[in-house]
Each structure stands twice: as structure tokens, then as C-alpha cells.
Ligand binder design. Sequence first.
Ligand code: RTP
Ligand code: MG
Length: 161
Amino acid sequence: MADERFERTFVAIKPDAVNRGLVGDIISRFEKRGFKIIGMKLLHPTLEHAQKHYAEHVGKPFYNNLINFITEGPIVAMVLEGVNVIDISRKMMGTTDPQQAAPGTIRFDYAQIKECNVVHGSDSVESAEREIAIYFKPEELFDAKENDEDYFIRKYGHVEE
Ligand code: RTP
Ligand code: MG
């Protein structure tokens, strides 16, 4: 059995998906999988955000297009927490090219071309830490238990009269 790693990842709902009104549907998939949202904001990425985020792609033929695209409008930036969330959330997204993505994945269901593929997810623990730090201050992240139904039921569900 694969290791069960409790970890964090950076997920972005890209400008094309925000523009098309897909935010709720995409967030809902991650919530239903059981991942906790421990950070979330709507922001218009600056050139600095974009260049830091996609530094690994500098010099590639698609780089300028990618930077223009990601700075085109607001994104929903999220930090998700859960078991193997880095790998599983990317599986939920599907391959980079929606044409190759498996049916039922986010990119298959909502996208047509790889330049506008609606979501981003970190590809390793190191990438996740790096990307989270680009978009979030430590105080903008919340403990998963503050977002846990069982926690609230235990704490507030049996108040003595
Ligand atoms: P992401 O980082 O956005 O989650 O996507 P990814 O890991 O699946 O793909 P990556 O190789 O990191 O590429 C980043 C984004 O660049 C665009 N791209 N275009 N035209 C092309 O050949 C090409 N290749 C990549 C995609 O929008 C991809 O999500
Ligand atoms: Mg990538």
C-alpha cells in the first residue's frame, strides 16, 4: 500500500475558470474528496506572482503565453490539506492537456486546450511549500481542525443546560 502522507498543496483556479463561473463546482470536488481548505483568496496575480510561480518554465516556448494567461484576471488561490493531497488533487485535475485527460477529471470535464486548462496543482512537497509562500502569509492559513465538523460537534454539541 502506498504511504499515507498528510500534506498540503497549492491549488489555483485559473482565470479562464473564474471567468466562466466554475469556481463553485471545482471547489466542491475537492471538498467532497475530504480535503480541507486551510487558505483561500481571490486575487489578480501580478507579474511577480506569475514569474515566481512558473519560474521552472522560463525559456520554454509556451512561457510568455502562460505568464500572460495567468495574469489575465483573478484566480482563486487555495491551500488544501489532506492525505496524499498533492498526488490525488493532480489526479483529480487530469493531464496538462485536456485532450489527453481521463473522463471525469476536472480538465476533461471543463477544458479543451492545454493553454486554458482551468486549474493548477503543485507537483511535489517542495513545489507546494514554495508556491504556498508566493501567495499566502503564514497567518492567512488556518488549522484544519477549525474547519472540521466533528470538532465543532464535540466542542459545541453537548452544552449542559
Ligand atoms: P500546472 O503547473 O498549471 O498545474 O500544470 P501542469 O503541472 O500540468 O503542467 P506544467 O508542465 O507545469 O505546465 C504549466 C502550464 O503551462 C501550460 N503549458 N502549455 N503549449 C504547451 O505546450 C504547454 N505546456 C504547458 C499549461 O497551461 C500548463 O498547465
Ligand atoms: Mg506544473
